[in-house]
Design a protein around this ligand. Structure first.
Ligand code: ADP
Length: 878
């Protein structure tokens, strides 16, 4: 135990970690440094394999060593990492030694730990460095060596062995190395070795043939590092540059190839440096310009480029150099003989993998021929353009368009005018479908036919209508003609034209011709053309019909004369005479005596004209006015009869009454006057008797006056023949009768007859007489009017008080306010042939119908309005 204590105190004093183990290897004790290092209990330390006291990486390695020693009792040694209390592992070298009893049995193991952490880490670093170096050597295919040439001692790196194809670590001698040097390089190698022995650094390339027969290019460099005992020691490196060499060779070869190619190109190539300096120009270039590369490089200063093109070339070139854009310029380049030819110069930048421009490759292409052709073309182009413009104008003016069409591939080349006609956006894509969409539905069939026909390669003539997007209807006529067959497809060149206008005119003409014929038939009128020079007369069908001649038979003046009424033949001659003398226009009415003795009235209007050759001719229109003539005559007769009747009626009635009524007082007046004369002639005169007779004369005179008054009242009182009638209807009848005479007098007649006018009870004929009288007066009042339109308006209307009113308004002389009240007096007239009883009687008639008749000035403008109103049936007369 004392020993034990001693031992412990001894081991505590040892400046290192000490552990004491049982013979079987169980931990028995540790010194204070140990426990201080680990700060673990013995128990914990005993479990070193599982609690991380020893680094896990080391357990597998030291376990067997430990086991081996405890079983054999041999001392042991290993290195391992022990964990310090703070968790950091440190490297220790461990030596375990058995302590034996005198009998030789092992009593204990003393295990000493020496801290080798520092060394271990350095070693580790060196190892790593070596590894890295080896790796670097490997990667760069560079080996290193140390050589003592005189002692023939050489230390090689693994990589150098590998490069030379030798077994790593094998003994190297100068001779052994020399054996693998390529024959052709032996002299160089020997010379270098000799120089190096003289203490000179070396740097050279040589080839070796490895034991396996591979050729390698090596680059070796050696530097004198030491001069041990007068012996130079070199350190150096050898690099395998085989790959680079091969590449270089290949490059050299390809450069050669490229150059020969460039020189062989039948064009001029110039290679420029990144900044634009001329580096190289191929043989053709130098030959063409007759200059050296240096002279070419002076292109800005010499005559290589045409003076007129130079400034622009410099500008563009400078820009390309700056931006790296392709340089592309056409300019004239001077040939060695002084002739300038046009060239296109294209310079493309060549970039390295980083995108940096390293060179420019410049190609000069001879474009002289093209350029001259262009110049010639430009000269003729203006001409062409003018021609084209006028062609285009012509197309527009004539509304004619041209086109080239490949029907099968639906490819159409249209002129501007074609686009305009179809109202397509100029230059837009034209297809058959697009056209078809516009075609008038009625023309689709024929359009499709044309397309089909064209598709078969036949020339086509077409006509169709289109409705453009703006809604315009257009008539399109055109032709297309096959010009050639391209790959079996017919190509058409054609023209089309907008014939809408002429089409419309044509249609209008047709329509008007039809209308004319129809009109001639309806109006029983015919037309004629009469060329004076040769009496060539052309008649319309209707005229043949009027004259009763066979249609189309020859017409002569004699033939016409034979049909004209004998009484009117002089008129015909007169007309012919006037026409021959060139009278501008004439108008005649004459009669025909037809074969059936019937008479036709013709109204002829002739108008002087000229035919296409400028010869005098007349265009005439002849109307058969027989019917209206007869109607007119009938009308006139009816009118005069009516007037006559009215006059007779009023006059006879009046005269009879006057005669009857006035006769007696007149007779009395005559008798009494005689009496007076006789009494005054007696001697002495019977004054008394005479004055009595004068008294009687006066009485008779007032009786005569009374007669007139009674006459009026008699008209008034006379019971009219009452009937129920429509006043409008009655007014219309009167107007129909008076219309023609009003028109003859130039009077414009208006009627404004109220709708739904109530019927009136009364004497229709009497009231019609009133209306007629008012109309005749109105017409008379406008006879002398020349400064304004003669307007007569007849109006009927319903009055508020259940009367109907008829008024006749004129724009005649109007009313004189002083005399207006007298107009309705009997015998008041301002007309030379007037009787002055019309209005008086009219008023009597109206009043006998319980109505009123009055006159007022016209509202607006000169003239008068005469109106009467009478009660309607709704308010029967009392
Ligand atoms: P007459 O027509 O015979 O003169 P009327 O009795 O019909 O007799 O007319 C009497 C007069 O009234 C006419 O002479 C004329 O002066 C005047 N007169 C009638 N109607 C109109 C009228 N519409 N405008 C102006 N004066 C008229």
């Amino acid at each position: 135990m004392a020993l034990e204590c001693d031992l412990l105190s001894i081991i505590d004093g040892i400046p290192g970690l000490v552990a004491i183990l049982t013979p079987a290897g169980k931990l028995e004790a540790v010194n204070s440094q140990f426990s201080e290092f680990c700060r673990l209990s013995l128990e914990a330390l005993r479990n070193w394999t599982v609690n991380g006291t020893v680094h896990p990486n080391d357990i597998a390695r030291i376990g067997p060593v430990f086991a081996h020693s405890t079983s054999t009792g041999a001392p042991y040694e290993y290195e391992y990492q022990l964990r310090r209390f703070d968790g950091v592992y440190r490297w220790f070298q461990v030596r375990g030694n058995p302590i034996r009893a005198s009998g030789g049995d092992i009593t204990q193991w003393i295990v000493l730990h020496t801290d080798i952490d520092e060394r271990k880490r350095l070693e580790d670093r060196r190892w790593r460095a070596n590894e890295q170096l080896a790796l670097a050597q490997r990667l760069s295919a560079t080996g290193s060596f140390t050589t003592d040439l005189i002692a023939d001692e050489h230390v090689w790196s693994d990589e150098l062995y590998r490069i030379c194809g030798l077994e790593p670590g094998a003994k190297v001698t100068l001779q052994r190395f020399r054996d693998i040097v390529h024959n052709e390089d032996l002299s160089t190698f020997d010379a270098v070795v000799e120089r190096s022995i003289g203490g000179h650094d070396a740097d050279f390339e040589f080839r070796i043939v490895t034991p396996r027969g591979g050729l390698k290019h090596l680059h070796a460099a050696a530097r004198l590092s030491d001069n041990a005992e007068g012996r130079p020691i070199f350190m150096g490196a050898v690099q395998d540059i085989t790959e680079r060499k091969v590449a270089e060779n290949a490059l050299r070869k390809s450069e050669h190839y490229a150059r020969s190619m460039v020189d062989g190109i039948p064009g001029m190539i110039v290679v420029l440096s990144a900044d634009g300096g001329v580096e190289y120009a191929n043989a053709q270039t130098l030959e063409y310009f007759g200059k050296t590369v240096e002279e070419m490089n002076q292109w800005r200063l010499n005559d290589v480029c045409h003076p007129e093109d130079l400034a622009r070339a410099i500008e563009l070139f400078g820009r390309s150099m700056e931006t790296g854009e392709t340089f592309d310029y056409e300019c004239r380049s001077r040939r060695h003989d002084g002739v300038y030819l046009w060239h296109r110069t294209i310079a493309l930048p060549f970039r390295d993998p980083n995108g940096t421009i390293t060179r420019w490759y410049n190609l000069l292409v001879d474009i002289d021929k093209r350029k001259r052709a262009e110049e010639a073309f430009a000269a003729s182009e203006a001409e062409l353009r003018r021609a084209y413009n006028s062609f285009r104008d012509a197309q527009r003016l004539s509304k004619t368009a041209s086109f080239i069409t490949d029907l099968l591939s639906d490819d159409h080349n249209w002129s501007d005018e074609a686009f305009r006609i179809f109202e397509f956006e100029p230059g837009s894509k034209v297809t058959v479908e697009r056209i078809r969409a516009l075609v008038h539905p009625d023309d689709l069939l024929s359009f499709n036919d044309v397309i089909q026909q064209g598709g078969r390669g036949a020339d086509v003539d077409f006509f169709f209508r289109i409705i453009t997007t703006s809604g315009a209807l257009k008539h399109i006529r055109g032709i297309a003609h096959v010009i050639e067959l391209v790959e079996g497809r017919p190509m058409f060149v054609g023209a089309l034209s907008d014939v809408t206008e002429s089409k419309l005119i044509e249609e209008a003409l047709k329509a008007s011709e039809a209308l004319l014929a129809e009109g001639q038939r309806l109006t029983s009128s015919g037309t004629l053309r009469w060329r004076i020079a040769d009496d060539d007369i052309t008649w319309s069908n209707q005229l043949y019909h009027i004259f009763g001649f066979g249609p189309g038979t020859a017409i002569s003046l004699e033939r016409i004369g034979s049909r004209v009424h004998p009484d009117d033949v002089p008129m015909l001659y007169d007309m012919v005479g006037r026409a021959r003398s060139g009278a501008p226009d004439f108008e005649y009415e004459h009669r025909l005596l037809m074969p059936d003795r019937s008479i036709k009235y013709l109204h002829l209007v002739g108008h002087r004209s000229e035919d296409a050759e400028g010869r005098l001719e007349y265009i005439g229109a002849v109307q058969d006015v027989t019917k209206s003539k007869l109607a007119d005559e009938a009308l006139n007769q009816a009118r005069s009869e009516l007037a006559h009747v009215a006059r007779v009626l009023t006059l006879s009635a009046l005269t009879a009454s006057i005669a009857h009524e006035v006769n007696q007082p007149l007779a009395g007046i005559v008798t009494n006057s005689n009496v007076i004369l006789r009494m005054l002639a007696a001697n002495p005169a019977n004054v008394e008797g005479a004055s009595a007779a004068a008294q009687r004369t006066l009485r008779d005179a007032s009786r005569a006056s009374d007669v007139i008054a009674r006459l009026r009242s008699m008209f008034t009182r006379k019971e009219p023949s009452i009937e129920c009638f429509d006043l409008n209807e009655a007014a219309r009848e009167v107007m129909a009768l008076s219309l023609s005479s009003l028109q003859r007098n130039g009077v414009i007649v208006e009627t404004e007859l109220a709708d739904n006018l109530p019927s009136v009870d009364g004497d229709r004929v009497q009231l019609q007489q009133v209306i007629l009288n008012l109309i005749v007066n109105a017409s008379d009042a406008m006879i002398g009017i020349t400064d304004r339109q003669k307007r007569l308006a007849v109006r009927t209307e319903r009055c508020a008080d259940e009367d109907v009113r008829l008024s006749v308004e004129d724009s005649g002389v109007g009313l004189n306010p002083e005399t207006t009240s007298r107009l309705f007096e009997a015998f008041y007239t301002t007309k030379t042939s007037g009787m002055g009883i019309g209005l008086a009687i009219s008023r009597s008639i109206v009043e006998s119908h319980h109505g009123r008749l009055w006159a007022v000035p016209k509202d607006n403008g000169p003239g008068a309005v005469f109106s009467f109103s009478i009660p309607t049936r709704a308010r029967p007369s009392a």
